[in-house]
Write a new protein. Structure first.
Length: 73
């Protein structure tokens, strides 16, 4: 009876280990980093577009977000 309960516990422990590993894997970390980098670039582009639009209103010409995107890279 004691050996049977041991066998019941082991597979569950193995499965939970497999589930917790992907969140810490380099691939998942890289994906999370890249997605946050994309969000940052989008936010920066949007902010620069707003600044350029404000400058353009006062100077008589505005840069489009596409032109700004080239500056950012």
């Amino acid at each position: 009876m004691a050996t049977q309960s041991n066998h019941d516990v082991e597979p569950v422990r193995a499965v939970s280990m497999q589930q917790s590993t992907p969140s810490r894997s380099p691939v998942r970390i890289k994906q999370a980093f890249e997605s946050s980098l994309e969000e940052w670039k989008h936010g920066a582009t949007t902010m620069l577009a707003r600044i350029a639009a404000l400058q353009g209103q006062s100077m008589g010409h505005a840069q489009t977000p596409v032109q700004l995107q080239r500056h950012i890279g």
